[in-house]
Design a binder for this molecule. Structure first.
Ligand SMILES: *Cc1c(COP(=O)(O)O)cnc(C)c1O
Length: 384
């Protein structure tokens, strides 16, 4: 089995046929506690469900295999996974992150800064000179996100890892929008990869979960495992089982979503109703060359457009689609659309006219026709 591809092993959930029953589909283990024999020895490998029962164990093994890591842990959400990494930073430790990143994670960092738990520098994603200047011997953690929400700026992971390691810092990568079927940050030198499994990994918008995968079992990882166990932010067994089910089709979903998003971006690139189209698969995107090297399985299903008509046009456009559902989140089989600025708030660096699209599995031509009619509707209303 070991010579088969990651895809093959994922499709078969690592060939985990249940020995007890022969079931081809992994069983769902809901027990929180595990029995001992007459000698008080555990009958199986577990004693208690926190931090992980057999279902979580199996999903974590698939994730560690996919990301080529030494170990993986599942969390109750992506935010809980990020919080565990942040908690592992010693009090007063220096953190470098991005001006543009998932706004929930930025908020968590700013909260730790306000409470004087950490010191913090934010640099523009992809600006390696700024990253080099910000990193110093006291830096404990460099946190990058690539592609970065919501302009999909690309960070060169291998170069960021060199910068981090030159000062003895840990490089953690939020790879939510570049799952392991396209990018494996640990192979590029990152120390920890984080996923909101709520997004592409599960892919069906019905599970909230997060994951961390480590390149090596070092003291930082021991600390994170301790935090995971002591704070107990673990997903439910059923959520984990659904995640395992979703993972088995990840590469197929992601390839189709990437193909459709690239085609849509190409069709929209010259549309005069749009001031900008942000997609790393377009040759004009500033991170395109790095993305071609780093996103080997596709540029993803996320693209953003900026309406030429500004904030109001963006608001009308996002409200006028009939197939794209106006909702937050990303990576599910159904296409979503979101006017981002009102979601993130006035202090967000996101442009007023930016609309974020999460491309799903619908027929590409239907999606283009929907965007076209919504752009027309947004323009028509503006002339009234
Ligand atoms: C959604 C998201 C998160 C947070 O994950 P949750 O599962 O919602 O807690 C973190 N990073 C990125 C890039 C995300 O899109």
């Amino acid at each position: 089995m070991t010579s088969s591809t990651r895809e093959t092993r994922t499709v078969q959930a690592m060939h985990a046929i249940d020995r007890l029953t022969g079931a081809v589909i992994p069983p769902l283990h809901t027990s929180t506690t595990y029995a001992r024999d007459a000698d008080n020895a555990l009958i199986g490998a577990q004693d208690y469900r926190r931090p992980k029962g057999p279902t979580e164990q199996q999903a974590a093994q698939v994730l560690a295999m996919l990301d080529d890591g030494a170990d993986a842990r599942l969390f109750s959400s992506g935010m809980a996974a990020i919080a565990a990494v942040l908690e592992s930073v010693p009090t007063g430790g220096h953190v470098v992150a991005q001006t543009e990143m998932y706004y929930g994670a930025r908020g968590l960092l700013q909260r730790a800064l306000a409470k004087k738990r950490i010191t913090l520098n934010l640099v523009a994603p992809g600006d390696l000179d700024a990253l080099t200047a910000a990193a110093r011997p006291a830096t404990d953690l460099i946190w990058i996100e690539t592609p970065a929400n919501p302009s999909w700026a690309i960070v060169d992971i291998a170069k960021a890892a060199d910068i981090a390691h030159a000062v003895g810092a840990t490089l953690a990568v939020d790879s939510t929008c570049a799952p392991p079927c396209t990018t494996r940050p640990l192979e590029l030198g990152a120390d920890i990869v984080m996923h909101s499994a709520t997004k592409y990994l599960n892919g069906h918008s019905d599970v909230l979960a997060g994951a961390l995968v480590t390149r090596k079992s070092d003291t930082r990882w021991d600390e994170i495992c301790e935090i995971h166990n002591k704070t107990g932010a673990i997903p439910g067994a059923f959520e984990t089982w659904l995640l395992l089910r979703g993972l088995r089709t990840l590469h197929i979903r992601y390839a189709r979503q990437s193909g459709t998003a690239l085609w849509l971006a190409e069709q929209l690139a010259a549309d005069t109703r749009l001031a900008a189209v942000h997609y790393p698969g377009l040759p004009g995107h500033p991170g395109h060359d790095v993305a071609r090297r780093q996103m080997t399985g596709g540029f993803g299903g996320m693209l953003s457009v900026e309406l030429a008509g500004g904030f109001e046009a963006a608001r009308r456009f996002a409200a006028a689609t009939k197939i794209f559902i106006q909702a937050t989140s990303l990576g599910g089989v159904e296409s979503l659309i979101e006017h981002r600025k009102p979601v993130e708030g006035a202090d967000s660096p996101v442009p007023d006219a930016l609309v974020r699209l999460s491309v799903g599995l619908e027929t590409p031509a239907d999606l283009l026709a929907d965007i076209d009619q919504a752009l027309a509707a947004a323009a028509a209303t503006s002339k009234e």
